[in-house]
Design a protein around this ligand. Structure first.
Ligand SMILES: NC(=O)C1=CN([C@@H]2O[C@H](COP(=O)(O)OP(=O)(O)OC[C@H]3O[C@@H](n4cnc5c(N)ncnc54)[C@H](O)[C@@H]3O)[C@@H](O)[C@H]2O)C=CC1
Ligand SMILES: C[C@]12CCC(=O)C=C1CC[C@@H]1[C@@H]2C(=O)C[C@@]2(C)[C@H]1CC[C@]2(O)C(=O)C=O
Length: 255
């Protein structure tokens, strides 16, 4: 089923996105990696060699996303699967009483712009292209997978912006799945817990260790490949639609 499938993965140069790119290629798919020009996307595509292309993209830009979709068509002729992994993590309390300073509004706006609006921008522009595919025997034309976070449900201190952006992704999953149902395009969101990626590795190792200890089972950070395996299952299972799946070892984040 994956042979010849064409996927577009945002944030595909790093972490969960990169693992997804590798998994799709391993299964016989072809992939367009979309990531910032400053990301290691070009080197990643070179390392992975065949059936892969890198397009520099800021997911918040209509022009960049349209250019990536055009490259997908020029290079691979179609688009079957979009996986939205691009995202940023920011942290700040709503009011810093020590510095007598409110949350920086620009930082709040940027987090929403990339994580929520960027995800929506990619979905809205790619849906038309996926909708051009001939339907399979089940009427399916393609699949869109988004990445939220468990912070959408149990946001911690300092995560107002990040949690709001990810809750927005969870909130739009069902209505967009309904919008696209007639065209046979499924939309599913994954809400990861704690995964060992460059985003997580911004934290000092002792902080990572103490976070790991809060995961009931398995008591460790997730491997990016475990995220990629869920993306694969979502693509394979036509009954999954309009839902957000937690992938978190039963973690419930503490305040
Ligand atoms: N690592 C974790 O434990 C968790 C991660 N997540 C989410 O998973 C997604 C992937 O995160 P990781 O792989 O951990 O992070 P990462 O930092 O390794 O990868 C994120 C990628 O997104 C790209 N990116 C950032 N802004 C972009 C933009 N405007 N346009 C295009 N690309 C952009 C970055 O260049 C980077 O390559 C993010 O949405 C993150 O919020 C959610 C829950 C837990
Ligand atoms: C943004 C955080 C917290 C503050 C900091 O010093 C460094 C960070 C980088 C890693 C982030 C931190 C955070 O707020 C929670 C997340 C975003 C973490 C990576 C995964 C994370 O735990 C998450 O998304 C959980 O759902």
């Amino acid at each position: 089923m994956f042979k010849g499938l064409v996927g577009l993965v945002t944030g595909g140069a790093s972490g969960l996105g990169r693992a997804t790119v590798e998994q799709l290629l391993k299964q016989g798919g072809r992939v367009v990696i979309c990531d910032l020009p400053s990301s290691p996307g070009q080197e990643t595509a070179k390392q992975l060699k065949e059936n892969v292309a890198f397009v520099p993209v800021d997911v918040t830009s209509e022009k960049d996303v349209k250019n990536a979709l055009q490259t997908t068509i020029d290079k691979f002729g179609r688009l079957d699967v979009v996986v939205n992994c691009a995202g940023i993590a920011t942290a700040s309390r709503v009011y810093n009483f020590k510095k007598d300073q409110p949350f920086d509004l620009k930082s709040f706006q940027k987090t929403i712009e990339v994580n929520l609006i960027g995800t929506f921008n990619v979905i809205r522009l790619s849906a038309g292209l996926i909708g051009k595919n001939a339907p399979d025997a089940d009427g399916q034309r393609g699949v869109i997978v988004n990445t939220a976070s468990v912070a959408a449900f149990d946001g911690q201190i300092g995560q107002a912006a990040y949690s709001a952006s990810k809750a927005g992704v969870v909130g739009m999953t069902l209505p967009i799945a309904r919008d696209l149902a007639k065209q046979g395009i499924r939309v599913v969101t994954i809400a990861p817990g704690l995964f060992r990626t460059p985003m997580m590795e911004q934290l000092p190792e002792p902080a990572i260790k103490s976070l790991e200890a809060t995961v009931p089972f398995p008591p460790r950070l997730g491997h990016p490949q475990e995220f990629a395996l869920l993306v694969q299952s979502i693509i394979q299972n036509p009954m999954l639609n309009g839902e957000t799946i937690r992938l978190d070892g039963s973690l419930r984040m503490q305040p």
